[in-house]
Design a protein around this ligand. Structure first.
Ligand SMILES: Cc1ncc(COP(=O)(O)O)c(C=O)c1O
Length: 410
């Protein structure tokens, strides 16, 4: 069994260790929820201050022209692109994830007009299911959203399928799907592929170009650390730019927004998917957050992420056999950067851990989620978190009556 001393020794040789200093982390707390909301970094504060003090306070309305505000959604897209295996001009940062999914779904269904099925995973994130159903209702010819068991996808890929939408990393279990293989099968069936990268971006290497993906979208507030409600991003393969229409057009996606024309004419490239004024402060925060990724590589992040999750699983297996169940796949190619433990009183377990300074979260009905973010987590944090979990279980702290009522956000 790995000892605490061995963990400290691994931290001492960790090439990512210096990046921890970039983040504000509370003394005595172990933050295992970067898969839900990443912490604030120094560069986020610096960039937001700069936007407020220089660009907004001093520049005022002139900053739309002089501070690059109009181009921020595209500039940030170019900066984020390498994290998902995309190139400059293929990514836009805007809106929030559900809205960007709506734009892609609405546009993509029109690219396969004779096909009337949108296939998705019955276990997909509920917002993805809601917006898929909503957009399908808006398509005049009537599109059916068919929710399936994703492991049986091949059996459902027929000539009626227009679009397949899947989430690359399952938000409950942390299982990672085979992006390249699934995309190939979807294309072989003549359908289009949309990936939700909410739990992938900044967590695992993603190669949208290599996997020949049509469309993708992800969020900025999880592993990217862009702040609560940070803008999201969308990817459109070059072959679909200028072809995929924005079903929610607005003035800033127009080719000439300041001509104030009554008829819409789409701007070229990714700008076509802009609808409204960019959220400049929020984009500033996300821009600052991306800086830390430029001091490492996703390959380096992945190596440490797997080492952290391997360690957590090893320690849990040894200390808590039969008490909690590791539901995240053990195979590296099917595991992302979170580990999910199943326990019938998972909510109580997570709350008791939070009271002891180990921050994870709970997803109904029985999943305790722990995100492992290599940019700021140490091996010794993993060791200490498991020691506290063992203590919680041994002392029955999770059964305390105050944990019987769930709060709004779990
Ligand atoms: C997999 C997945 N898809 C979509 C969303 C929705 O994101 P947003 O609130 O930005 O619309 C989330 C949010 O956590 C998510 O985890």
């Amino acid at each position: 069994m790995t000892t605490r001393e061995e963990c400290l020794a691994r931290d001492a040789r960790d090439p990512l260790a210096p990046l921890r200093d970039e983040f504000t982390l509370a003394e005595g707390e172990i933050y295992l929820d970067g898969n839900s909301l990443g912490p604030v970094s120094r560069e986020v504060r610096r960039r937001v201050d700069q936007v407020i003090d220089e660009e907004w306070a001093r520049g005022l309305v002139r900053s739309w022209n002089t501070a690059g505000w109009m181009d921020a959604p595209l500039r940030l897209g170019d900066r984020l692109a390498p994290l998902v295996g995309a190139r400059a001009g293929e990514v836009l940062v805007a809106d929030t994830l559900t809205f960007l999914l709506a734009k892609i779904i609405g546009g993509a269904l029109e690219l396969r007009p004779r096909r009337r099925v949108l296939l998705t995973d019955a276990a997909n994130f509920h917002s993805d299911l809601y917006i898929a159903a909503g957009m399908a209702r808006l398509v005049a010819r009537g599109v059916e959203v068919r929710t399936i068991d994703r492991d049986a996808l091949a059996a459902h890929l027929d000539e009626d399928v227009a679009l397949v939408m899947l989430t690359h990393v399952d938000f409950r279990t942390g299982e990672m799907l085979d992006m390249a293989g699934i995309t190939r099968a979807v294309h072989d069936a003549g359908a289009l592929m949309l990936w939700d990268l909410a739990h992938s971006t900044g967590a695992v290497p993603v190669d949208l170009t290599g996997a020949d993906v049509d469309f993708a979208a992800g969020c900025g507030y999880k592993y990217l650390n862009g702040g609560p409600g940070a803008p999201a991003f969308m990817y459109v393969a070059p072959r679909w730019q200028g072809v995929l229409a924005n079903p929610l057009p607005g003035w800033l996606g127009h080719a000439r927004p300041f001509d104030f024309e009554a008829t819409y004419e789409s701007a070229p490239g990714m700008r076509a998917y802009v609808t409204s004024s960019p959220s400049v402060l929020a984009l500033g925060a996300l821009e600052g957050a991306l800086a830390v990724f430029e001091r490492t590589s996703m390959a380096e992040v992945r190596t440490k992420s797997l080492a952290l999750t391997d360690l957590f699983i090893e320690l849990v297996d040894q200390a808590l056999p039969g008490v909690v169940e590791v539901v995240t796949p053990r195979a590296h190619d099917r595991r992302a950067s979170q580990v999910a433990l199943r326990h019938p009183n998972g909510y109580g377990v997570v709350q008791a851990l939070i009271e002891r300074g180990v921050i994870g979260d709970f997803r109904a009905p029985d999943i305790c989620r722990f995100g492992f973010t290599p940019l700021y987590l140490r091996y010794v944090d993993v060791y200490d978190a498991v020691a506290i979990l063992v203590d919680v279980m041994a002392s029955d702290a999770h059964r305390a009556p105050r944990f019987a009522v769930r709060r709004a956000v779990t």
